[in-house]
Design a protein around this ligand. Structure first.
Ligand SMILES: Cc1cc2nc3c(=O)[nH]c(=O)nc-3n(C[C@H](O)[C@H](O)[C@H](O)COP(=O)(O)OP(=O)(O)OC[C@H]3O[C@@H](n4cnc5c(N)ncnc54)[C@H](O)[C@@H]3O)c2cc1C
Length: 443
């Protein structure tokens, strides 16, 4: 085994890992970045590139009342700095918009340009290796003192006073999904890079780190069903507009307040019979929401037509009776569905009707057709739970004491979000910067 030493080792070269390494390099540190995949970028490279979060603390607490009291505010307060870091790297940043998912502050950033610039900065100050395997933490005298890893068939050792875990979460591991998200979550689609299988979580736990809160919550979106989830369908077939429709399970019953957002409904579908649901909407929602761009840089396309062409269970019917018959043919209880839709429409019209689930902003399911139905499946992009960390990304043990020399960022660090989603990239960027500064004692 050969050995070398660095100021900082970063495991994972996606949003959190590259942000950490770039900030450390800019502070003059010699950094080693280890990436399992053939290329850098992780899920961030597959993403829509929307850098966004809650615009202020009042909005944060409104949408995430159970968010971590330290991490949540830090991400909101660190947002503008994160945008400035993207600009400083020479990557393009769009004009901001203030209604992302109705309430978020957002801009579109050029991820390929950003990661090219950050990778070059890291390579100039140290080393960035891809196709690395079997990463293990080295522990000496009660602290994490670096890593051992395999690269090009050789076992290597890198010593460093600080190591940052940034492997992107445990969404790719059926065992961890089942353990934390619950029964059946081992059998849901993964909408992410394929390498994030919980390595950071397992390494951090083995070194004495504790798990965060919110282990059963996760971010993902509803996708058509049945449909294989391929890389090119990740963004194209995402059903962002489900918040404006009606969702029923195979018992023909509603089970969530759809207006909380597609990311919330996605989590509840995992708990429904067969882990499937049916989304129903009317012509107005089709015209104003389904066919429209979901956000300024998003794709405008007919997702119902595309899903139909791909073989998903889909129907377009002249009236609701016909639609109920079509959906009943997919194994949904037609009698219950007819009663659900009838009660829902009367509720939306102002009648006092007891619903199976609240409807805080009901769509009216207008007076005339056509009506649309699509079977949907849940998926996971990142878990909201991970390793327990403090505001400087230090991994904490069960007593809340930091594990010396160990940090976690991005989706490897958990607890900040619960049920509703307030951003993905922003967590990597904000806490990557903070981890680098804390590890190099330059906060
Ligand atoms: C289709 C899609 C669209 C999205 N759109 C957006 C969006 O518009 N806005 C937004 O905010 N978020 C978006 N996200 C989510 C966002 O991409 C993630 O939240 C973010 O990338 C997580 O950052 P991360 O650093 O934790 O993980 P990643 O960016 O996934 O990076 C983790 C890296 O670690 C590597 N790795 C894993 N295990 C190891 C190991 N043992 N050793 C070394 N390396 C390892 C992986 O290969 C990967 O490169 C989207 C995600 C997807 C999939």
């Amino acid at each position: 085994m050969t050995g070398s030493s660095f100021d900082l080792v970063v495991v994972g070269a996606g949003a959190g890992g590259l942000a950490t390494a770039n900030r450390a390099a800019s502070l003059g540190a010699r950094v080693l970045v280890l990436e399992k995949g053939a290329d850098v970028g992780g899920s961030a490279a597959l993403s829509a590139g929307i850098l966004w979060t809650a615009p202020d603390l009042a909005t944060l607490w409104r949408v995430q009342p159970d968010a971590d009291p330290v991490l949540g505010p830090l991400v909101v307060e660190g947002y503008e700095r994160a945008v400035a870091d993207v600009r400083a790297a020479g990557a393009e940043v769009s004009e901001p918009w203030a209604d992302h998912l109705e309430w978020g502050l957002a801009c579109k950033i050029d991820i390929p340009a950003l990661f090219a610039a950050w990778s070059a900065e890291v390579r100039a100050s140290g080393s960035l290796l891809t196709q690395v395997s079997e990463v293990e933490l080295v522990r000496e005298r009660g602290r994490v003192a670096g890593v051992e890893y395999t690269h090009e068939g050789r076992r290597e050792r890198a010593s460093a006073p600080a190591t940052v875990l940034a492997t992107g979460g445990f969404q790719g591991d059926p065992e961890l999904r089942q353990a934390f998200i619950g029964h059946g979550a081992d059998d849901i689609a993964v909408r992410s890079n394929p390498c994030s299988v919980g390595d950071g979580f397992r390494l951090g736990k083995a070194a004495g780190g504790a798990a965060s809160r919110h282990l059963s919550a996760f971010y993902g979106h509803l996708l058509p069903s049945p449909m294989a989830v391929t890389r090119e369908r990740l963004l194209r077939l995402t059903l962002y507009f489900s918040a404006y429709g009606v969702l029923v399970n195979r018992d023909g019953r509603r089970f969530t307040d759809e207006s909380l957002g597609d990311e919330v409904s996605n989590q509840f579908v995992v708990r429904q019979p067969g882990r499937r649901a049916v989304l129903i909407w009317d012509e107005r929602v089709q015209r104003e929401r389904a066919l429209a761009v979901p956000y300024p840089s998003g794709m405008a396309l007919d997702r119902h037509a595309e899903a139909t062409a791909l073989g998903a269970r889909a129907a377009r019917c002249a009236d609701l009776g016909e639609l109920v018959d079509a959906v009943a043919g997919w194994g949904v209880d037609g009698t219950a569905l007819a009663a659900t839709l009838d009660g829902y429409r009367r509720f939306a019209a102002g009648e006092a009707v007891a619903l199976d689930a609240p409807a805080s902003s009901p769509c009216r399911l207008g007076d005339g057709g056509p009506y649309y139905a699509l079977e949907v499946q849940p998926c996971i992009t990142i878990p909201f739970g991970g390793l327990r960390v403090d505001g400087d990304a230090r991994v904490l043990d069960r007593d809340g004491v930091s594990v010396p020399g160990l940090y976690a960022v991005g989706a490897d660090a958990g607890g900040a979000q619960d049920l509703r989603y307030i951003g993905g990239l922003v967590f990597g960027f904000v806490f990557g910067r903070r981890a680098a500064e804390a590890a190099l004692c330059r906060a």
